[in-house]
Write a protein that binds this ligand. Structure first.
Ligand code: SAM
Length: 292
């Protein structure tokens, strides 16, 4: 009998040792680059954010140390010194890391549709010190801001002050409606490496912004839609939500991009060179001249 007990005890010891070794391997894996980059782990980190509403901060699970560190440094170095009445952004830093690493160390050209008080723009300027950021906003606020009682009276001044905390010289501010500005940018032949669509959240506006932004994106460039999984305080009608517009748009460009993440935000990367449809639709094509 005592021999049997000894056997069980030693088997227990062996199993405990194996569990400890496995835990150590999981810990090592989670603190590695792989943890941040592998789409399966990225999706696992994004999944709990689904369905968050704008004023509820997304539920978080422990983030990899690198992202927690990045968020805390941004909060201390920029947010704590600025005037940011709402944080609709920092919950996205983990998923943005999947793509911003591609832009590190080069003078990338970034377009943001919808800047509000400049929180996401300040992050881009801070995270990518060589990037230039074009910020488009009416600075009049959005319809859902009325429902959420967001003060929009000083929006443009607040934006100016906040981005100046990082580097106003790398910001081009364009005050106006996103669709008008996108058409002008297209006619001037501009191209961007990263486009953030976060202006009007009404479905038809989102699909117009997406359609006009797509030809401005370089092959390999990244398009991010905010609030893909958002529930609007204005109602359940699909016309009030970005999600159905993003799905409809991805139904069209799906074969020309890869979906990097779909959660609170949708992040896609343009994979193909300029499509025949884009060439045909290019104003330069009509005039016979080429802007590239
Ligand atoms: C959700 S906020 C942007 C938040 C910002 N990206 C951030 O994370 O800090 C949306 C912004 O889009 C602007 N906006 C709404 N409709 C617009 C439109 N059609 N064209 C340009 N800007 C618009 C609003 O004025 C508002 O500042």
């Amino acid at each position: 009998m005592s021999e049997e007990l000894e056997l069980v005890a030693s088997e227990n010891q062996r199993l405990l040792k194996e569990v400890r070794q496995l835990r150590a391997r999981v810990k090592a894996l989670e603190s590695s680059r792989w943890w941040r980059l592998h789409p399966r782990f990225a999706l696992r980190r994004l999944w709990p954010f689904r369905g968050a509403t704008r004023d509820e901060p997304p539920r978080t699970e422990p983030k990899p140390p690198q992202v927690t560190d990045l968020t805390e440094r941004f909060q201390a170095e920029v947010m704590a010194r600025g005037t940011f009445s709402h944080d609709w952004f920092t919950g996205n830093i983990a998923s943005w890391e999947l793509v911003l690493q591609l832009l590190e160390g080069r003078p990338s050209n970034i377009l943001e549709l919808g800047s509000f008080e400049g929180l996401s723009a300040s992050f881009l300027l801070w995270r990518l010190p060589e990037a230039r950021v074009t910020c488009v906003d009416t600075f009049a606020g959005s319809p859902e801001h009325l429902a959420l009682h967001v003060d929009r009276s000083q929006l443009e001044d607040t934006f100016d002050r906040n981005v100046a905390l990082v580097d106003a010289a790398r910001v081009r501010k364009i005050a106006g409606k996103s669709a008008d500005c996108l058409l002008k940018l297209r006619h001037s032949g501009e191209r961007f490496d990263f486009i953030y669509v976060d202006a009007s959240h009404l479905a038809l506006d989102v699909i117009v912004d997406a359609a006009l932004a797509w030809p401005l994106l370089v092959p390999g460039g990244v398009l991010v839609f905010d609030d893909y999984g958002w529930r609007s305080p204005l109602g359940e009608d699909p016309l009030l939500l970005p999600g159905p517009a993003v799905d409809a748009f991805l139904g069209l460009v799906g074969r020309h991009c890869e979906v990097v993440a779909k959660g609170a935000q949708a992040i896609v990367r343009k994979t193909t060179p300029r499509s025949a449809a884009e060439t045909l639709a290019d104003p330069a094509h009509e005039t016979g001249s080429s802007q590239r």
